[in-house]
Design a protein around this ligand. Structure first.
Ligand code: HEC
Length: 85
């Protein structure tokens, strides 16, 4: 295979990877805006870094307060929030 072809493939994979990162990021912030900001701002949500167990506890507590999430959305948000800085 020609070097230029390899370089092109590497560039395209990087572009696709960063694009999928963006889509995920958008999905996370859209979901948070839709399901978490009726009672408080996102400032409260992003105030501290927490691990998965802590996020799962908080999200379950939010559901007791009245937040509405299905199990996919709950799992997605736990991953999304715990991977944020
Ligand atoms: C029905 C109202 C409501 C919704 C919807 C809601 N919250 Fe909350 N949230 C609260 C209340 C009330 C508090 C303060 C009391 C508490 O911490 O339990 C709070 C506090 C918090 C805190 C601070 C907790 C701490 O211990 O510092 C975080 C983080 C949080 N919410 C995240 C979320 C996320 C993520 C969502 C979306 C899945 C969400 N909230 C949706 C009512 C809500």
């Amino acid at each position: 295979m020609k070097l230029s072809k390899i370089i092109a493939i590497v560039i395209v994979s990087f572009l696709l990877l960063s694009l999928s990162g963006c889509v995920n990021g958008d999905k996370g912030s859209r979901l948070i805006k839709a399901r978490c900001t009726s009672c408080h701002s996102t400032k409260r949500i992003y105030a501290h870094k927490r691990d998965k167990t802590e996020w799962l506890d908080i999200i379950k507590r939010m559901e007791r307060h009245g937040a509405v999430l299905n199990s996919n959305e709950r799992a997605f948000l736990v991953d999304y929030l715990s991977s944020k800085d």
